[in-house]
Design a protein around this ligand. Structure first.
Ligand code: HEC
Ligand code: CU
Length: 325
């Protein structure tokens, strides 16, 4: 293991975003140097030229120059503004995953990383992704706060218990990159590392096929939906009145307290684990909580299943008709 792994002036750049972040750091450092270096240069010149006992001309001190003062205020202001605009752009880019990003679900726990792919493939402490493709991670913790850090891609995001957080990146070149936990999370925090394996698109396709033929995440969710008795209430013909879940994802839902909320991943998760938190308008708050019954990975599968129903039209009547799909 070389020193380069710990201290590196030019760390590996795994994405276009990483290059831009580095330019921001270089730009900032450069601008600071532009301010600091002249101050110290003149400081030392004057210290020597005008020190006590030295025969120097001390008359005709200038007592102000508007031009100089305006210049030294305006130039740093413009410089800071340029950096601000550049970094704000990067900030928005980092927080706006492209709509067609490949979605991967991440569950962190002391002290490991678990990944679930859309197709149902699961991995622990290794994550395979394709190169040249935006990848969006939806992350949650089963215990304390962790933080997923991919130094070569210059992205890092806290992973919290009880709340989904998201992060996206697009690795440009195949290779293996380090993945760290960047939030102290207990005894084995330092060992909570993983590998990000970036494959060429065709290798990635091959990997997906070779990684076992588990049913897709949504299909696994559908199985849980029956196993946990959700269908007993949510199926069209059920006795208990519960809202149909077809076409729910992405829609705006009216709640019993008069507010509205968009049914995104976080809303679906909370509906399953904390059903009393947001009760749908017009329904009795009779749904049981599943907090101690299923783990976050299972919830993520159910969310994937309900998402897959997004394109199914909400059609509660007439009962006893099977869904065409
Ligand atoms: C005892 C009947 C019952 C069971 C079992 C049940 N639910 Fe519900 N569910 C309801 C009712 C009633 C509502 C509407 C009131 C509310 O929001 O709590 C609801 C609301 C929801 C919502 C929000 C729907 C919307 O339109 O916004 C989701 C999502 C949901 N349930 C998913 C599930 C899942 C997943 C399971 C199984 C793990 C499940 N439910 C089990 C009765 C049930
Ligand atoms: Cu951790």
């Amino acid at each position: 293991m070389s020193l380069d792994r710990f201290v590196s002036l030019w760390p590996e750049q795994g994405s276009h975003y990483a290059e831009q972040v580095d330019w921001l750091v270089i730009g900032f450092t450069g601008m600071m140097a532009l301010f600091v270096v002249p101050v110290f240069v003149f400081l030392w010149i004057f210290v020597f030229r005008y020190r006590r006992g030295r025969a120097a001309l001390r008359d005709h001190r200038p007592d102000g120059s508007l031009k100089v003062e305006i210049t030294w205020m305006l130039l740093p202001f413009i410089g800071a503004l340029v950096l601000f605009v550049y970094s704000a752009r990067l900030f928005f880019e980092a927080r706006t995953p492209p709509a067609d990003a490949l979605e991967i679900q991440v569950t962190a726990k002391q002290w490991m990383w678990k990944f679930q792919h859309h197709g149902g493939q699961r991995e622990i402490n290794t994550l395979h992704v394709p190169a040249e493709r935006a990848v969006k991670l939806t992350m949650i913790s089963e215990d304390v706060i962790h933080s997923l850090f991919l130094p070569s891609l210059r992205v890092k995001q806290d992973v919290l218990p009880g709340r989904y957080t998201q992060m996206w990146f697009q690795a440009e070149r195949p290779g293996t990159y380090d993945l760290y936990c960047a939030e102290y999370c207990g005894t084995d925090h330092a060992a909570m590392g993983a590998r990000l394996v970036v494959l060429s698109p065709s290798d990635y396709q091959r990997w997906l096929e070779g990684a076992g033929d588990a049913p897709s995440l949504a299909a696994q969710g559908e199985a849980l939906f029956r196993q946990f008795g959700c269908s007993g209430c949510h199926a069209v013909a059920s006795v208990t009145r519960a809202p149909p879940l077809q076409g729910l994802y992405g829609r705006s839902v009216a709640l019993a307290d008069g507010s509205r909320v968009v049914a995104d991943d976080a809303y679906l998760r909370d509906s399953i684990l904390l059903p009393q938190k947001q009760v749908v308008a017009g329904y009795a708050p009779v749904m049981p909580t599943y907090t101690h019954v299923m783990d976050e990975e299972a919830v993520a599968r159910l969310v994937a299943y309900i998402r897959s129903l997004a394109d199914t039209p909400p059609d509660p009547s007439p009962p006893h008709t099977e869904d065409p799909q």
